[in-house]
Design a protein around this ligand. Structure first.
Ligand code: AQP
Length: 335
């Protein structure tokens, strides 16, 4: 496999936490775009397993899910020959850089992170320090690869702002060290909403399994969940975003068929919600079929999977090590 030691393409970094099996929200909102960005960017894609531990996870489950999520990245079209794809904990430089950044981040700015407020309200029995300092680890994830662009949803924009502030502060104090990253809105992107509460985003840790479709769900499960999807009492299929349930189904159909909302509305013109739900279910099943087949193949080949994880980590580490050496030297640490 070819490894790109030097490149002139802008760096990009993104990750997904292996807290549960990924949903079609993770696919259409992240993985599908990642695959299309592989040639334009020097892409780093990681299984964010260190982040997943801010909620309590069983160690054996976390280990298994990390490997499965990595396999799913490959199955969804992330090509280890074109992108650096790896598991976060395999590259210890992330945590090494975190400490350096932690000493250049302030309690006040971390206290302003809205996601901390939301998440700590949800897990009142486990407000661990990791949940509070998680944005600094995220800053390290980005800065350690000198990534220029960070594809993020609105909920993560504040964390990219914080990363910029820390990087600028560090550069001012110690001299030019970090590339200052920018949030990046992919050309095609989709926010997939819950099938049960369509005003909320589809989430893999939703306690109600009817709210999400997993990338690995069997066709009969997909059909059943779609049948239960929340719509409204209007009966007519239009592309009005205020009718959140129907609009969500239309946009899922659009991303599955690579069409526009107008195309989807035209496709279902004169039909009822039963047809809409079965049409969307079929489109999802067709989209997921090749990914599921490839996933089964990759997961069955443990030697290949382990080798890809090892190579990905080595390739990521080659870049990360350079940054940490530079930072530690500037700060007066000997290693
Ligand atoms: N519903 C969604 N629509 C579009 N994009 C989505 N993403 C997640 N859900 C949707 C995108 O997936 C990437 C990684 O997500 P994550 O695992 O780091 O955490 P998250 O954003 O908090 O996603 P979940 O599924 O809700 O995770 P849990 O339940 O573990 O907290 C991001 O690029 C995100 O935009």
């Amino acid at each position: 496999m070819e490894t790109t030691a030097t490149t002139t393409k802008p760096g990009i970094l993104s990750g997904i936490q292996p807290t549960s099996v990924l949903t079609i929200g993770n696919y259409f909102g992240a993985l599908k775009n990642w695959a299309t960005m592989q040639d334009e960017f020097d892409a780093y894609y990681m299984v964010a397993n260190l982040h997943a531990q801010t909620v309590k996870m069983d160690p054996a489950e976390l280990r298994r899910r990390s490997a499965e999520t990595f396999a799913l990245f490959l199955a969804a079209g992330i090509d280890p020959a074109r992108s650096t794809v790896f598991v976060q904990s395999h590259v210890p430089e992330h945590t090494q850089l975190t400490w350096a950044l932690m000493c250049n981040a302030y309690m006040g700015e971390l206290s302003r992170m809205t996601q901390f407020k939301e998440k700590s309200a949800k897990t009142a029995d486990n407000i661990n320090a990791g949940l509070f300092t998680y944005p600094v680890l995220m800053a390290a994830d980005i800065l350690v690869y000198q990534a220029k662009y960070i594809p993020v949803g609105a909920d993560q924009k504040q964390h990219v702002e914080l990363t910029r502030d820390i990087a600028i502060r560090f550069n001012n104090m110690y001299g030019e060290t970090f590339v200052i990253p920018e949030p990046y809105i992919p050309k095609i992107g989709a926010r997939v909403m819950s099938l049960q509460e369509p005003e909320k985003k589809m989430s893999k840790s939703d306690p109600n399994p009817n709210g999400y479709i997993r990338i690995l769900d069997e066709p009969d499960v997909i059909i059943k969940k779609l049948k239960r999807a929340v719509t409204d009492s209007e009966g007519e299929i239009t592309g009005n975003p205020e009718r959140a349930g129907v609009y969500n189904l239309l946009s899922i159909y659009s991303v599955c068929t690579n069409g526009s909302i107008e195309d989807s509305v035209a496709h279902f013109a004169g039909k009822g919600y039963g047809d809409l739900k079965s049409g969307v279910a079929d489109a999802i099943i067709e989209t997921l079929k090749p990914i599921q087949t490839e996933y089964a193949r990759v997961l069955a080949d443990k030697a290949y999977l382990n080798e890809m994880m090892k190579r990905g980590a080595e390739r990521a580490q080659a870049t990360a090590r350079k940054t940490v050496r530079k930072v530690y030297h500037k700060m007066g640490f000997d290693t």
